[in-house]
Design a protein around this ligand. Structure first.
Ligand SMILES: Cc1cc2nc3c(=O)[nH]c(=O)nc-3n(C[C@H](O)[C@H](O)[C@H](O)COP(=O)(O)OP(=O)(O)OC[C@H]3O[C@@H](n4cnc5c(N)ncnc54)[C@H](O)[C@@H]3O)c2cc1C
Length: 495
């Protein structure tokens, strides 16, 4: 057991560093002395701009006003992701954050839909999801009945600035400069201080490593180890740009598959972020950049640097008196925008397990186990997008289609294919609605389904489905366009 924790040092000021500073200072500002160190010269990754719905809850928990946040960051609404060219070239489907139909305790709604199909019903499953229909028609409103599920797109630089302002208001001290050395206790190995390039020494009882991929404290100092998932998730590079954007702002991210990777398009109020994620084993950096340049919607505003990454997770996110949050703790590629979710889930866990009375092995072990489960569940969901493809037009897609996947995923896909059963396990963030939408979108269909839908006769079932579909369609027709919603609710505020 280490000494009591009163002084926290956060190393790194990207999204993870400032999210940690904001949340810790909002919850425990009166109990802790918090310092954040960041280096403008080193800079941040700066490309994490699409999110997952859990961000709304995280903001509510820490009192971040939604309008203020969207105005400050030029943010827009995200109802899901449009996957293009994934199962086959020319295919498109939306993985929305919504609920598909109305389920019951026996099973999910899609079983009713399969039953209805046997009776001759021809409507698509997508018609039973409000968020998906709103996304398709570029519409949005904050509805309570049904409660709409959504996330955000935002400008990462502006988000960090907003979080910094909120943190400094709560007493967080910021130190600019480079950490050049990490001092450990000679007996325990616990971190005691970090030494700055200026020579200043910053002491702490507890350290949060938010230094990005390098993992200055957790890996370079504490040697936590890294589990690499490159054999399943082949992408290891990205080129990113910002472009001008005009016209209708879609309330979804676009993920467009190319020959050796995929391209994101993230629409904000003032610009679009775009980038090509690819595997360097299949395409050169130069060709990847050219592919991106051939698929732009507007003039280039800012060209960002080439990014290299290693998909996987730190074997231990918490070692001694240090926890890694953000890229320092791991990275599952950005296909489902899960990094910021993982940051905020890690912070929530840290707050719930905060070691005020001192760090001990059992606490770290518990944190690490929860973190492992969370990462692995997300990993499986992402791998499924690559495995479940029919594309065989390039070596990249052939290798993805033919790869061996983790047993946990193989069994899950088999269960769905053979029996039409989907489930949400402990520690999972993706609901059965997500698995269903992506599996169907990737053209994986079950051979059998549960027959509870047949407890209704044909007429009852058709009536119920038509009513549900009609209600969704009426609601979508009544809500404003996404663009009009943004103009009325949260027009961007320039600095
Ligand atoms: C191609 C790509 C696309 C992505 N897209 C998404 C997305 O759409 N959605 C999503 O949720 N996530 C996405 N991510 C992940 C997202 O970018 C990160 O999770 C997020 O930006 C947090 O990064 P970070 O704060 O952990 O690290 P960084 O942004 O790298 O910040 C590290 C900080 O540590 C500081 N630092 C490092 N070394 C030192 C030192 N020696 N001394 C002092 N300071 C130091 C740096 O100055 C910086 O402030 C993407 C990542 C990549 C690579």
């Amino acid at each position: 057991m280490s000494r009591e924790v009163k002084k926290v040092v956060i190393a790194g000021g990207g999204t993870s560093g400032w999210c940690t500073a904001m949340a810790l200072s909002k919850q425990f500002g009166s109990l802790l002395d918090i310092t954040l160190i960041e280096s403008e010269e080193i800079g941040t990754v700066g490309v994490g701009e699409a999110t997952f719905p859990t961000i709304c809850t995280f903001h509510q928990m820490h009192g971040i006003d939604e309008k203020e946040f969207l105005q400050a960051t030029g943010g827009s609404i995200k109802l899901g992701i449009s996957f293009e060219n994934w199962a086959r070239k020319g295919d498109r489907y939306i993985h929305s954050f919504g609920t598909v139909g109305q389920s019951n305790w026996i099973g999910d709604f899609y079983n009713y839909w399969y039953a209805a199909k046997e009776y001759g019903y021809e409507g698509a499953l997508e018609e039973f999801c409000f968020e998906l229909q709103a996304a398709t028609h570029h519409k949005f409103a904050i509805t309570k009945n049904p409660r709409i599920n959504y996330a955000y797109h935002f400008d990462a630089g502006r988000y960090a600035r907003l979080l910094r302002k909120l943190s400094e208001e709560k007493g967080v001290k910021r130190i600019e400069g480079k950490i050049i050395e990490v001092k450990q206790n000679a007996d325990t190995g616990f971190i005691e201080s970090v030494v700055m390039e200026s020579g200043a020494r910053i002491d702490g009882d507890f350290f949060v490593d938010c230094t990005g991929f390098i993992g200055l404290l957790i890996e370079k100092t504490l040697h936590a180890g890294y589990e690499h998932w490159g054999h399943w998730l082949r992408n290891d590079s990205a080129v990113a740009l910002q472009t001008e954007f005009s016209g209708d702002i879609p309330p979804y991210t676009r993920a467009i598959a190319h020959d050796s990777g995929w391209q994101w398009k993230i629409p904000l109020q003032h610009r679009q972020g775009t980038g090509h994620v690819y595997s360097s084993a299949y395409i050169s950096d130069e060709d990847a950049r050219n592919t991106l340049l051939q698929h732009l919607d507007g003039d280039i505003r800012v060209e960002l640097r080439l990014l290299k990454f290693k998909t996987g997770r730190r074997k231990k996110a918490w070692v001694k008196n240090c926890v890694a949050i953000g890229l320092a703790g791991g990275f599952v590629e950005p296909l489902e925008s899960t990094s910021i979710h993982l940051i905020q889930a890690g912070i929530t866990r840290l707050i719930q397990l905060f070691p005020f009375a001192g760090c001990c092995e059992s606490l770290a072990k518990h944190y690490n186990e929860l973190s492992r489960v969370e990462y692995e569940k997300i990993r499986d969901f992402i791998i499924m997008h690559y495995k479940a493809t029919e594309r065989d037009d390039t070596p990249y897609w052939r290798d993805c289609r033919d790869m061996e996947v983790p047993d946990s995923l193989a069994e899950r896909m088999e269960l769905y294919k053979e029996s039409g059963i989907l489930f949400m396990g402990a520690g999972e963030v993706f609901r059965t609605d997500s698995w269903l939408q992506v599996l169907q979108g990737q053209r994986i269909f079950p051979q059998r389904y549960h027959h509870f839908g047949h407890t209704m006769d044909k007429e009852q079932l058709m009536q119920a489905l038509n009513k549900l579909k009609g209600d969704i369609s009426t609601l979508v027709s009544k809500i404003p366009s996404h663009g009009d919603f943004l103009k009325a609710y949260c027009p961007m505020q320039w600095d």
